[in-house]
Design a binder for this molecule. Structure first.
Ligand code: HEM
Ligand code: HEM
Length: 470
């Protein structure tokens, strides 16, 4: 079955349309503030590699700022932006209003309270330090869990009110992502798994599922809605999208132990994680092929549509970053790359080249449709090119530098030799990071234009302003 872009207009009243638009604006604006904050910290961290004595003092130490950066990008920036888009897609693709606008606002407050409290706690030195990506003290993580439950409930309620018979593919992914993450976040907070080897395996489970069962399905859900909308054509194959959904669900949850290869975790568990990391090629290549085939014959449109360009980079980031991950999981390559800056390159190729670009594509495609306000062409091109060039420099420099670092260790060179060898690549990472950060300032300006700027009669992404995709 192929998805059709149905030619009916929104059945919502003007008031309900406005409520949906305000919600999307609120999520996008707060997410953008988190992006600015988190990546300003990222720049500071990057420069500390070249000048470790710069910005001394307990509050500005690397150990405190690093988890502030990772948690703020994950839970402030990416989560808030994706939840706002997921609500918009759920309502529009179902031809209905939100189940509860009030719950959406409550969720927004809870997400932000958790992120602010978590940031302050980390900077004051209160943390669950051994638990990666869940360093916030556990009571704060419970607030985040409450926000997730509210979001899942509201998304399900919205889709249950749909005026169409089928549940559009996007909603499978976004509702699935919200439900799985409630379970993952619950497991991550239960006290009896937080010591010994149990803690290690739960850490792998949590870390990888945060990226694989939260960000990935939400982003794929946005792709399945925004891409047909920007191109005004149906997705290439609905069946392939469903197939990728189920294989993603079967393979992803079992691969967390690939973060701990050569650790005291049982050997069979590590091997299972490697096998399923290879199996991940099925949903990744299936999903990417579906997006690329939807764009077939239309690549020339890229030049005229920035939302499409952002989405295109996001799809390539998904394909290349995840395929790289499969290779990274082999023991022979882990020997070289584990613990090196190569992994930091992989993190940014995926969380930035895939997740962040996809969010930008979604925001540029959908926010102007919601508000009737568009950013300027200069702002769009500045944002796109600085972000692309900056992240390219970032990822390539760390991939090369990280490989040299790993080879130095294998050859038994003194540790300080590996620091000397990687130094120039850290400088390049700083240059790339600066371009990325500047692009975020331009993005913030564009968000301002799309939210509070003058109305435009020419929506950016599609002439079919309020069509539902069914
Ligand atoms: C689906 C295929 C993927 C596979 C098989 C894979 C594999 C891996 C492996 C083996 C590592 C550990 C590297 C090490 O510690 O030496 C890793 C780290 C990481 N991956 Fe992936 N990856 C995949 C996709 C993704 C995606 C889509 C994202 C983001 C949305 C992502 C985000 C990350 C992050 C943030 C880390 C760093 C974790 C840490 O702090 O240790 N990966 N990945
Ligand atoms: C201006 C842009 C950015 C800069 C300069 C930057 C810089 C950094 C630095 C210096 C680190 C520490 C690396 C280390 O410990 O060796 C880091 C870690 C990390 N950053 Fe960023 N970052 C940026 C944007 C982002 C964004 C937007 C995201 C997510 C959406 C992100 C996700 C991460 C993750 C997951 C890690 C942990 C990496 C790992 O352990 O493998 N960063 N970043």
């Amino acid at each position: 079955m192929q998805a059709q872009v149905a030619a009916y207009r929104s059945t919502l009243s003007e008031k309900e349309d406005r409520a949906l638009a305000s919600m999307l604006v609120a999520y996008t604006v707060t997410a953008t503030l988190w992006l600015l904050f988190a990546t300003a910290i990222g720049i500071l961290l990057a420069y500390k590699f070249g000048a470790p004595d710069f910005a001394p003092g307990a509050w500005l130490t690397f150990g405190r700022l690093r988890p502030i950066h990772t948690n703020a990008t994950f839970y402030g920036w990416a989560s808030l932006a994706l939840v706002g888009l997921a609500y918009y897609v759920a309502a529009r693709s179902s031809g209905t209003r939100l189940y509860s606008a009030k719950l959406a606002w409550i969720g927004l407050v809870l997400f932000n309270v958790a992120a602010v409290a978590g940031t302050i706690a980390l900077d004051l030195g209160y943390n669950d330090g051994t638990l990666e990506y869940r360093e916030w003290p556990w009571p704060i993580r419970l607030v985040f869990l409450a926000a997730l439950v509210v979001t899942a409930w509201n998304l399900i309620g919205t889709v249950a009110r749909r005026s169409t018979e089928d549940i559009y593919l996007s909603n499978w992914y976004t509702i699935g992502g919200a439900l799985w993450t409630c379970i993952i976040a619950l497991v991550a907070v239960l006290p009896w798994y937080q010591y010994g080897l149990g803690q290690v395996s739960v850490s792998g489970y949590y870390m990888h599922n945060a990226v694989g069962m939260w960000f990935t399905p939400l982003v794929l859900g946005i792709f399945y809605y925004a891409l047909p909308k920007v191109l005004s054509r149906p997705i290439y194959s609905y069946a392939l999208g469903v197939f990728a959904f189920w294989t993603n669900l079967v393979f992803y949850p079992i691969i967390g132990a690939h973060h701990f290869l050569f650790s005291p975790l049982p050997w069979w568990l590590q091997t299972t994680a490697i096998v399923f990391s290879v199996a991940m090629l099925v949903p990744v290549w299936g999903g990417s092929a579906n997006f690329l085939l939807t764009m077939r014959g239309r690549l020339r449109d890229l030049v005229h549509s920035y939302p499409l360009m952002f989405i295109f980079v996001g799809v390539i980031g998904y394909l290349v970053g995840s395929t790289q991950g499969t290779f990274e999981a082999f023991r022979s390559l882990q020997e070289v790359w584990h613990m090196t800056n190569f992994t930091v390159g992989h993190s940014h190729l995926t969380m930035y080249g895939f997740v962040t670009f996809a969010i930008w594509g979604g925001v540029y495609a959908l926010l102007p449709l919601a508000t009737g306000k568009a950013p300027g062409a200069l702002g769009l091109s500045l944002h796109f090119w600085m972000a692309v060039v900056g992240s390219f420099i970032y990822v390539i420099s760390l991939s090369i530098g990280g490989t040299i670092q790993g080879l130095d260790w294998i050859h038994g060179a003194p540790f300080i030799q590996s620091v000397v060898d990687i130094q120039p690549f850290w400088v390049w990472r700083g240059v790339g990071g600066l371009l990325m950060f500047l692009s975020h300032i331009v993005f913030a300006w564009n968000v301002w234009r799309m939210s509070f700027g003058p109305s435009t009669t020419a929506p950016l992404a599609s002439a079919h302003a309020d069509e539902a995709v069914a």
